[in-house]
Design a protein around this ligand. Structure first.
Ligand code: BES
Ligand code: MN
Ligand code: ZN
Length: 502
């Protein structure tokens, strides 16, 4: 999709549709609305406040041949209360409008800027909203692969002197929106094609496209490093495991504030989670192809960072396996030795995510990480606690957690902290080994986080459980159902804030 700014009057913009937002309780007394009202023969004043257009978020009125405006259609969209209007509203409204208009066959849409929000950030939000809104998880549909395509988004801008600011926002929005959709595509892809080997291949393509260093560890190298926890999980599958490591170093000659600072992002990459010998019930098992959403988010984050170039040392780790039952699979009762030296009693082979993350976290520290963020579709308990609304966040450093939560809030992603009282640690004690990989269902998200904490040790670490939020079961006006690409925008915002602070 092309995005451009238009500096002519909104009624002179050539497009299939002009999108105009209206606030709750608004009258057509503002200059732009008045002008629109006059040019459309009073449509706006007649509509505002009626049941059809109260201005509530989600209200939409579509007008055919709307009079003296150049666009062929007019779409009025409710934006909710003016005082609640935010970048998140921009994203939702743009996403809903883009989806709606594509459904009507529109190929270009213009948006009239009406808010006073920062111009760069709102341009970014509008472009993100449109790109995220237009994503469809239908890559295997054979029938008329959508003749319909939104090809152009036009931002009706205030003044040409803001050109650079606007262009920066558009570019950031494009970079972020495209990467989030890349991750959504990967989460949606069947495990028969998106194997660990294939995910490594895709990561190589991404790395060479945007200029990242990449190292893919095969099973032999992981064995040398002693990654017994990850390799234990991999044993049941015919697909060889991979540890994908991406590295970004900022260019330029000035040294970083502290050269030794390295942030690591670690994402769970289980390309299919059958549960292994502790096999899952068949109902809903098909969704376990998205159990690599953490890894996909890691790849997307690295791609974005390579393009936005903040001044930070960043590594992305994607431990990638398939969790399968077989004659060679690891079994309940087995004891694994992790890379860190800790021994783990496997009481449930379906608690595999924490095992592969354990070795990836240890490896991140070995590579010099001074701060670690891991993200994973780790526990069903997370969906029970928070549904699909909040990501669960836990960690060993309150300041770090607070910064992440704020980074999320600013991009419209919600993170809710769960407690880590010492008693939860007691629940993963094992009789035979140092720890066990499951403490059962109660407090499942917390005990899983405690397991990871054992491997982060003293390194500042934050864990995001995205099991409930990485897949949306309901279709939303602004978003298709399916993979959401959650947490990527939060991570990028955190990283950029962090780099700016140094
Ligand atoms: N990948 C699952 C968690 C999951 C469940 C993600 C549903 C998305 C939707 C994870 O590997 C898992 O199976 N966790 C177990 C842990 C239990 C055995 C301690 C769970 O949550 O049931
Ligand atoms: Mn599992
Ligand atoms: Zn899993």
């Amino acid at each position: 999709m092309e995005v451009r700014a238009a500096y002519e009057k909104f009624y002179d913009i050539e497009a299939d549709a002009l999108v105009v937002t209206v606030y709750e309780g608004e009258k057509s007394d503002d200059a732009a609305l008045k002008e629109l009202d006059e040019r459309t023969g009073g449509i706006v004043s007649e509509l505002l406040g009626t049941d059809e257009m109260r201005g509530k978020q989600g209200d939409m009125v579509y007008v055919y041949r709307p009079g003296k405006i150049r666009a062929r259609r007019l779409l009025l969209v409710g934006a909710g209360k003016r005082e609640d209007f935010s970048f998140d509203t921009v994203r939702r409204v743009t996403g809903s409008a883009a989806r709606f208009l594509r459904g009507k066959g529109a190929r270009s849409m213009a948006i009239l800027r009406r808010s006073q929000l920062d111009i760069e950030a709102s341009a970014q939000a509008a472009v993100e909203g449109a790109l995220l809104g237009l994503f469809e998880p239908d890559m295997y549909k054979t029938e008329s692969k959508e003749e319909r395509h939104m090809e152009e988004l036009i931002l009706a801008a205030a003044a040409p002197e803001l050109n650079d600011t606007l262009a920066r926002g558009v570019e950031r929005g494009r970079v972020i929106g495209e990467a989030v959709n890349l991750a959504r595509g990967l989460s949606n892809e069947p495990s028969s094609t998106l194997t660990p080997t294939e995910l490594a291949e895709r990561s190589r393509e991404t790395a060479s496209r945007v200029g990242l260093d990449i190292d893919v560890l095969d099973e032999a190298r992981m064995k040398e490093l002693g990654m017994g926890a990850l390799l234990g999980v991999a044993r049941g599958s015919d697909e060889p495991a991979k540890m994908i490591v991406l590295r970004y170093t900022p260019d330029g000659t000035e040294p970083l504030g502290n050269d030794a600072d390295v942030l690591a992002v670690v994402g769970k990459g289980v390309t299919f989670d059958s549960g292994g010998i502790s096999i899952k019930p068949s109902e809903g098992m098909e969704k376990m192809k998205y159990d690599m959403s953490g890894a996909a988010a890691t790849l997307a984050t690295m791609q974005i960072v390579a393009q936005l170039k903040p001044r930070i040392n960043l590594i992305g780790l994607m431990p990638t396996v398939e969790n399968m039952p077989s004659g060679r699979a690891y079994k309940p009762g087995d004891v694994l030795r992790a890379m860190s030296g800790k021994t783990i009693e496997v009481v449930n082979t379906d608690a595999e995510g924490r095992l592969i993350l354990a070795d990836a976290i240890t490896y991140a520290r070995r590579l010099g990480a001074t701060q670690i963020i891991d993200l994973a579709t780790l526990t069903g308990a997370c969906s029970i606690a928070l549904g699909s609304i909040n990501v669960a966040i836990l960690g060993n450093d309150q300041g770090f957690i607070d910064d992440m939560r704020k980074a999320g809030r600013d991009v419209g992603e919600r993170l809710w902290q769960l407690p880590m009282d010492q008693e939860y640690r007691d629940m993963i004690k094992s009789d035979i080994a140092d720890i066990k990989n499951s403490a059962g269902r109660y407090g499942g998200t917390i005990t899983a986080a405690y397991f990871l904490r054992e491997f982060a040790e003293e390194t500042p670490w934050v864990h995001l459980d995205i099991a409930g939020t990485a897949w949306e079961n309901d279709r939303k006006p602004h978003q298709a159902k399916g993979p959401t690409g959650v947490a990527i925008r939060t991570l990028v915002n955190y990283i950029c804030n962090y780099a700016a602070k140094k």
